[in-house]
Design a protein around this ligand. Structure first.
Ligand SMILES: Cc1cc2nc3c(=O)[nH]c(=O)nc-3n(C[C@H](O)[C@H](O)[C@H](O)COP(=O)(O)OP(=O)(O)OC[C@H]3O[C@@H](n4cnc5c(N)ncnc54)[C@H](O)[C@@H]3O)c2cc1C
Length: 375
């Protein structure tokens, strides 16, 4: 038997706590949330009550500081049970920007509420209509005005913007990119939001800010270092995205294997056919490989070593493995893959969110292969 690794005991512990919760929030709960396009409030509050939102928050601010391994297992297991961990992932990970770069006053004011789930901190507003993936060319501005800033911004595809209380906004000041922590309880009137309807239920919006005055105490990190502060959180965001994709893939594999063993056509179960078996075998092998890469990244994070290129690889491998698993699940379920009752079509739509990997491949080309970079 293979030796028990730290990840196995984290899996055991989180599973034990999560299993009864996921029995309550079955795949049908998620299908209904998806159909009604609602925020999964009851589930979110249940995970908050279980203490997981403080996974990256130091104990001094009400957190548990359980770390990346626990967060990664948690989001994987939620998705593996047919759920959608996007809001949980956001609440656990986005506050790291505040943990790493916030002032003492910001941390004391907000982190305990984020850890308990009372304060939703689900949103980073970075992407813009014109510059898209290129966050170095922001049109949104932050203009100094005494001990205040005046913000003008246009952002698109911003997840959970209409469901969060706290939001990190990236804008360009004279010194360069700069982060601001917006408390929507205080500034919601200054932000216009328009939900964007997407194939996956991701609750994204475009938002517009016109001459919003905020105090300097809302700034996070030094002026001019917004993008680099934000990027310090990207290793964890990638490992959690990879874990969500692995969870989705494992859910689809579980469902497909069960279906292949029970669905009969031409007098025998469909699972005897190599045309059904091989796509599942290929998908399973790729998911296992991606999961090993994800474990490797977690080891690097635990050891405090550079995990940037491998976290990008884990995200690329996991999202592609999950995409291939969806295809295998569709072959297994045939026409029923498209009916909402089997959850394959929902996971197909949710899987689209993870497959944009070009910029990560640019990063791997540069950091792992040393290939020349474009200016
Ligand atoms: C479901 C969902 C949720 C999102 N949530 C958020 C959020 O919460 N906050 C936020 O700020 N943003 C969010 N985004 C936006 C996301 O970050 C952007 O989609 C991304 O930055 C790319 O911008 P774009 O879609 O305008 O594509 P573009 O920048 O127009 O790019 C189009 C295509 O070209 C590729 N491409 C562009 N430049 C290069 C290059 N140099 N090399 C190779 N390929 C390139 C891109 O990878 C992409 O495939 C979300 C998007 C989605 C779909």
């Amino acid at each position: 038997m293979a030796p028990k690794r730290p990840v196995d005991s984290a899996v055991d512990e989180v599973r034990k706590a999560l299993d009864p919760i996921m029995q309550r929030f079955s795949p049908d709960y998620w299908r209904d949330q998806d159909a009604a396009r609602t925020f999964p409030t009851e589930f979110f509050d249940t995970i908050g009550a279980a203490g997981y939102f403080g996974t990256f928050i130091p104990e001094a601010y009400g957190g548990a500081e359980a770390g990346a391994r626990v967060a990664s297992v948690l989001v994987e297991q939620i998705n593996r049970a047919g759920g959608d961990a996007a809001s949980i992932n956001a609440q656990m990970a986005i506050c790291r920007t505040l943990v790493l770069h916030g002032t003492e006053e910001q941390k004391q004011r907000y982190l305990p509420g984020v850890a308990s789930g009372e304060v939703r901190f689900l949103t980073v507003a970075a992407t813009e209509p014109d510059s898209g993936a290129n966050m170095k060319e922001l049109a949104s501005t932050a203009r100094r005005d005494g001990d205040h800033w005046v913000l003008n911004a246009s952002k698109v595809m911003i997840s959970f913007a209409t469901h969060t209380r706290l939001m990190i906004l990236l804008a360009r000041a004279e010194e360069g990119t700069t982060l601001f922590l917006l408390d929507l309880d205080e500034v919601a009137d200054g932000i216009e939001m328009h939900p964007i309807d997407m194939v996956a239920h991701r609750m994204t919006s475009s938002l517009f800010i016109d001459e919003l005055r905020v105090p300097d105490s809302t700034r996070v990190g030094p002026p001019g270092e917004g993008l680099s502060c934000l990027m310090k959180g990207f290793v964890i965001r990638r490992v959690l995205a990879a874990s969500e994709a692995i969870g989705n893939a494992r859910f689809l594999l579980d469902q497909s294997i069960e279906y292949a063993k029970t669905r009969k056509t031409f007098g025998e179960v469909i699972g005897v056919n190599q045309g059904i078996q091989y796509p599942l075998v290929q998908a399973y092998s790729r998911v296992e490989a991606a999961a090993l890469m994800r474990s490797d990244v977690l080891d690097l994070v635990d050891a405090g070593e550079d995990a940037v290129p491998r976290s990008a690889m884990a995200k690329v491998l996991a999202s592609e493995a999950a995409w291939e698993t969806t295809r295998a699940a569709m072959t297994t379920f045939g026409g029923w893959a498209l009916a909402s009752e089997y959850h394959v079509e929902r996971k197909l739509r949710e899987g689209t969110v993870y497959v944009f990997n070009n910029l990560l491949m640019n990063l791997i080309a540069d950091r792992a292969l040393g290939l020349p970079k474009k200016d």
